[in-house]
Design a protein around this ligand. Structure first.
Ligand code: PLP
Length: 482
């Protein structure tokens, strides 16, 4: 990806790849979209993909593969044990990260299961810049607790700080002083911090965190699932790293870590995961869990075809043109929405564009799930599927009262190399239209509320007839356009 100046003066992101395999898309008319939203209980997880035009639900396992990745999949060595395909992956991970001991896993949360089972003990704590849902679940399941110590700036919705994912190092020292180093299972840094808008960590912060770990004998674990975006941000936002290659930056990060784990559904544009471990003794403690939960040590639950694709994908992650595509498209979308006054998380991060629904629908109370309502409204208005990240994604208190989220976000993920700029412009246009018609959008209420992970499969209905009014306004404004 490159940004080029057009004759008119605009800076425009330009794809450094061409599309050679395509998948047909369907954009049903708005009346059919309303029907589909109702049938899905206004929950975008329950929509059928054939009713979705732009699937911006997630970037997990849905990034476009390169021709080289697809070609590699054809020559995979399909053997249960001792696969040559796995040896290639092991060699590539060693080459890129420099950590010697490797364990494969079927996806990111499987690595978290292994880490938590081996390192977390009842009463221990895991300080981290910010949690990810599956990470926290595994730590809690093993009797530990998560301590989020992101810098205060990380939770500012609009900001121009380049590294909002950084950890507050003084708070880390404070946790050691309060609990003692022996209560700390490990320190976890998440690259490209998912739940706060794909915000990056800086190399300088990682150096400072490492110094605290060294002082107190703590393990430093990096969740590298969103590392690709983070590498690009370090290269472009940290003047000290501007002249370093992506490979050099990667190695500087890796040299600071004791363990690096990743979801290959994100890193490497394939499907799978893995752990890279510095210490042989720790590797041996973890190793036994791989055959138990994943599969033999030379596939770890992944298909060998995916392992071939991952090996190539990891190598391609060292290419600036490849890793800049997501961040540049997201920055384009965020900038265009900001120009139109639409409230979004700034600065633009990786992963996707995040709409600040507290401001977008400031007339809808949190008890009526504004982020869920906006996700439904955007699908009806455009066929674009986003993900609610707000109160609906929280779990109720034991007494049944709601836990209101700190932020009400509608996440519009940008799967890498999947959409064209005109599709992104379409999404921007329909979001802008919704923004100008936001007064029409009302809240939602549950008709079926599961006790656990309600956001995945709960069903809701609109409060009042706002969805019919939205459709009528769309027809009045757009005529018979899709
Ligand atoms: C930062 C981070 N860590 C871990 C995971 C879990 O990975 P997986 O979905 O492959 O289990 C994800 C997935 O979204 C993630 O974004």
């Amino acid at each position: 990806m490159a940004t080029v100046k057009f004759a008119g003066g605009d800076d425009v992101p330009l794809e450094m790849h061409k599309v050679r395999i395509v998948q047909k898309l369907n954009l049903p008319p708005i009346e059919a979209r309303l029907e589909a939203a109702s049938a899905a209980g206004n929950n975008t997880f329950l929509l059928r993909n054939k009713d979705v035009f732009m699937d911006m639900l997630t970037d997990s396992g849905v990034n476009a593969m390169s021709d080289q990745q697809l070609a590699a999949m054809m020559v995979a060595d399909d053997s249960y044990a001792g696969s040559a395909t796995y040896e290639k992956l092991e060699a590539k991970l060693r080459e890129i990260f420099g950590l010697h001991w490797i364990l494969p896993a079927h996806q990111g949360r499987a690595c978290e299961n292994i880490l938590a089972q081996v390192l977390v003990t009842p009463g221990s704590i895991v300080p981290m810049n910010y949690h990810f849902t599956t990470t926290k679940a595994h730590i809690v399941l093993n009797g530990g607790a998560v301590e989020e110590i992101i810098t205060d700036a990380g939770l500012e919705v609009t900001s121009d700080r380049p590294f909002k994912g950084d950890m507050d190092v003084a708070k880390l020292e404070g946790l050691v002083a309060t609990h003692g180093a022996d209560k700390i299972a490990f320190v976890r840094m998440e690259a490209g911090t998912n739940l706060i808008g794909g915000q990056p960590i800086s190399l300088g912060n990682l150096v400072a965190v490492r110094a605290v770990c060294d002082r107190h004998g703590l393990l430093l674990v990096l969740d590298a699932s969103l590392l690709a975006d983070n590498l690009w941000f370090i290269k472009t936002r940290d003047p000290a790293c501007r002249d370093l290659s992506i490979r050099d930056i990667t190695r500087r990060i890796a040299d600071l870590c004791d363990v690096i784990y990743f979801s290959a559904r994100k890193l490497g544009c394939a499907r799978g995961g893995g752990l890279c471990i510095r210490d042989e003794a720790l590797y041996r403690r973890m190793r036994g869990l791989v055959p138990l939960y994943e599969g033999f040590l030379t596939y770890g639950g992944m298909s060998v075809r995916e392992i071939e694709a991952l090996t190539v994908g990891l190598d391609e992650t060292m290419d600036e043109d490849m890793i800049s595509q997501g961040p540049l498209f997201i920055a384009y979308m965020v900038d265009e929405l900001v120009k139109r006054g639409v409230p979004v998380i700034t600065p633009a991060g990786g992963l996707g564009c995040h709409i600040d629904v507290m401001r977008f629908l400031d007339h809808v109370p949190q008890s009526q799930y504004p982020a869920g309502a906006l996700a439904s409204a955007l699908y009806i208005a455009s066929g674009v599927r986003g993900m609610e990240r707000g109160t609906l994604s929280e779990q109720r208190n034991p007494d049944g009262s709601e836990v209101y989220a700190n932020m009400e976000l509608l996440r519009l993920a940008m799967p890498r190399r999947v959409f064209t700029l005109s599709q992104v412009k379409y999404a921007i246009d329909r979001i802008d239209w919704l923004w100008r018609n936001r007064a029409l959008v009302g809240g939602l209420e549950f008709v079926e509320e599961p006790e656990i992970l309600r956001f995945f499969y709960g069903r809701l209905k609109p409060i009042g007839d706002w969805q019919e009014k939205l459709v009528a306004k769309f027809r009045a404004d757009f005529g018979d356009s899709l």
